[in-house]
Design a protein around this ligand. Structure first.
Ligand code: PEP
Length: 255
């Protein structure tokens, strides 16, 4: 029996044209209201399409249990920031969540903890739940620094006013993303316990409600084992979220 309601979030990354994205989202929504009703009663499901598809997907699944989120947002509400999307714009389209600080953004766009924190603060101000991603590189794990690095990212990326009910944390070891490799269940358990302990220091009692996701090569074949770990409250799923049956199987592994 899980203490917190679990969340299974799909990160579509830069994948999906309108027809495919709509098909995928619609089939997930239909499943949640049909064969997946048991899952729906225990687990929240969310898809994070590319910015171009947030509006059509949100319109297509409005009124269903499937949530929609963005993959990134700017730290300010509006202004001269060509090509960027603000948290308020995502909210306006029907999003409830936004991923911030994904390792691909930290790498490709050199995002720092400070910038991630500002984006998360913008998400809160806009009324979105930021899914704040943190995780060590392989070199950092090999050097025995994984816990310290993730702790530092947690504290550096968490905005003022964050509490256990208005943010979600995603622990995603960088070396496990898209590689088919995962940490041992012991390593995942140790890291999630550490994040919960850090959260208690920052948030007090509300840390008990904080949803901490695991992300990195979650698949139907390993989801049950990963989701059964204490303090793992769901998953952030990349590749496997692009296939409805795989994503459904991962959510089903939670119940
Ligand atoms: C991700 O991009 O957040 C992710 C976890 O990807 P994958 O599931 O493909 O490893």
């Amino acid at each position: 029996m899980h203490v917190r309601r679990q969340l299974i979030a799909g990160n579509w990354k830069m994948n999906g044209l309108r027809a495919d994205g709509l098909d995928l989202a619609r089939s997930l929504a239909v499943w949640l209201n049909g064969d997946g009703a048991d899952v729906r009663d225990h687990v929240d499901m969310l898809v994070c399409p590319p910015a171009t598809l947030v509006a059509p997907v949100a319109e297509a699944v409005a009124g269903t249990p499937l949530g929609v989120g963005g993959q990134d947002c700017h730290a300010v509400e509006k202004g001269a920031h060509t090509g960027d999307v603000s948290a308020w714009m995502l909210k306006d389209l029907g999003a409830s969540h936004v991923i911030v600080g994904h390792s691909e953004r930290r790498t490709d766009h050199h995002e720092t903890d400070e910038q991630v924190r500002a984006k998360a603060a913008a998400a809160l101000a806009a009324g979105l739940v930021p899914i704040i991603c943190i995780g060590e590189t392989e070199g950092e794990r090999d050097a025995g620094q994984a816990l310290a690095v993730v702790s530092r990212q947690f504290n550096g990326s968490l905005p003022e006013g964050a509490n256990g009910t208005n943010v979600v944390i995603a622990y995603e070891p960088v070396w496990a993303i898209g590689t088919g490799r995962t940490p041992t269940t012991e390593d995942v358990a140790e890291m999630h316990q550490r994040i919960r302990a850090d959260a208690r220091e920052r948030m007090g009692a509300s840390a008990e409600a904080l949803v901490i996701l695991y992300g990195g090569s979650v698949k139907p074949g390993n989801a049950a084992e990963l989701m059964a770990i204490d303090d793992v409250d769901g998953a952030l799923v990349g590749g496997a979220s692009l296939k409805a049956t795989d994503f459904q199987a991962i959510a089903s592994a939670c119940v």
